[in-house]
Design a protein around this ligand. Structure first.
Ligand code: NAG
Ligand code: NAG
Length: 247
C-alpha cells in the first residue's frame, strides 16, 4: 500500500476556508455562463480559456495561487517500497496550459477537463530511500523532473453544500486523473551521497526507462495532482456562491 501526504498552502488562504466571507461574484476576467443557455458548454470553455492568463497570476481575493510557479511546500510519498519527500517544490509551466476540452455537467455534478502543456518542470529538494522499478535509490539534494508535452485529464465530482444563505460547490476526493507525456527527464542531484559514478548510471537508467518509472509512480502522481487540484478549486469555490457561478 502506498500513501501520499501533500502539504499545500494556497497563498493568501490564511483567512481560512470555512470562515465566513462576503460572497463574491466571479472575478471580472471570467465570463459568467448561464446554466440554461444553449451555448453553456462553449461559454464555459471560452470563459476558462480567456480567463486563464489572468488566473495564473494568482488572485488573493479568490484564493487563487500564483502559477508562475505554483509552489507546493511538501509532497511526501510512501509506497511501501519507496519513501520520497520533495520540499520547496516549484511547478513551472502550468500557466501555459491549453484547455482542450471542458464539460461542466450540472445535472450529475461532474466536471470533465482535458488540458495540454508544452512542458511542466518540477524543481525542489528531495530525500529518497527505496526502490523504483527494483532499482535501489538513496540520497538527498536537488531534483529536477521535466515532463515534455504532458496531457492531463480530470473527471471531477462535486457536491453542492449550503453555508449561510448560499450554496457552494465542494469538490470531492474521488476524482479520476489520467496523464501522459512525450518524454520525461529526471535528475536527482547527489544520489548515494556523492558516489558520482553510481549516481550518473542511475540517473541515466531512470531517463532511459522513463516509461516504466512513470508507470511505477503513476498512483502517487495521480494522488498528488488530485490533491493539489481539489485544494485549488475548493479554495476558489468557497468564495463564490454556486448561484453566482452558474446563474
Ligand atoms: C531541468 O531539466 C531540464 C530537462 O533536462 C533542463 O532543460 C533544465 O535546464 C533543468 N533545469 C534546472 C534548473 O536544472
Ligand atoms: C482515463 O482513462 C480511462 C482508460 O483509458 C478512461 O476510461 C477514462 O474515461 C479516462 N478518464 C479521464 C478523466 O480522462
Amino acid at each position: 500500500m502506498w500513501t501520499a501526504l501533500i502539504v499545500f498552502f494556497v497563498f493568501g488562504l490564511t483567512s481560512g476556508i470555512v470562515s465566513a466571507s462576503e460572497p463574491k461574484n466571479l472575478p471580472s476576467y471570467l465570463t459568467t455562463c448561464k446554466k440554461d443557455a444553449p451555448d453553456f458548454d462553449a461559454c464555459c470553455l471560452s470563459s476558462a480559456r480567456a480567463g486563464l492568463p489572468n488566473l495564473v497570476n494568482g488572485d488573493k481575493k479568490y484564493n487563487i495561487p500564483n502559477f508562475k510557479p505554483l509552489k507546493v511546500d511538501k509532497v511526501e510519498v510512501n509506497s511501501g517500497t519507496l519513501k520520497l519527500l520533495i520540499e520547496d517544490m516549484d511547478l513551472w509551466g502550468l500557466d501555459q496550459a491549453d484547455i482542450k476540452h471542458l464539460k461542466i455537467d450540472l445535472k450529475n455534478n461532474k466536471v470533465k477537463i482535458d488540458f495540454h502543456c508544452p512542458q511542466i518542470k518540477i524543481l525542489g529538494k528531495y530525500q529518497m530511500d527505496g526502490k523504483i522499478n527494483l532499482l535501489a535509490l538513496k540520497g538527498s539534494g536537488d531534483v529536477n523532473i521535466t515532463l515534455e508535452q504532458p496531457d492531463i485529464s480530470f473527471s471531477i465530482n462535486f457536491k453542492v453544500v449550503k453555508r449561510g444563505d448560499y450554496d457552494y460547490m465542494q469538490v470531492q476526493d474521488d476524482n479520476e486523473v489520467n496523464f501522459s507525456m512525450q518524454k520525461l527527464h529526471i535528475h536527482f542531484d547527489n544520489l548515494f551521497n556523492g558516489n558520482e559514478q553510481l549516481a550518473k548510471t542511475t540517473n541515466e537508467f531512470l531517463n532511459k526507462e522513463w516509461k516504466s518509472v512513470v508507470e511505477d509512480l503513476s498512483p502517487t502522481v495521480k494522488t498528488t495532482i488530485n490533491t493539489i487540484t481539489v485544494s485549488i478549486i475548493n479554495g476558489f469555490a468557497t468564495k463564490i456562491p454556486y448561484q453566482f457561478l452558474f446563474p
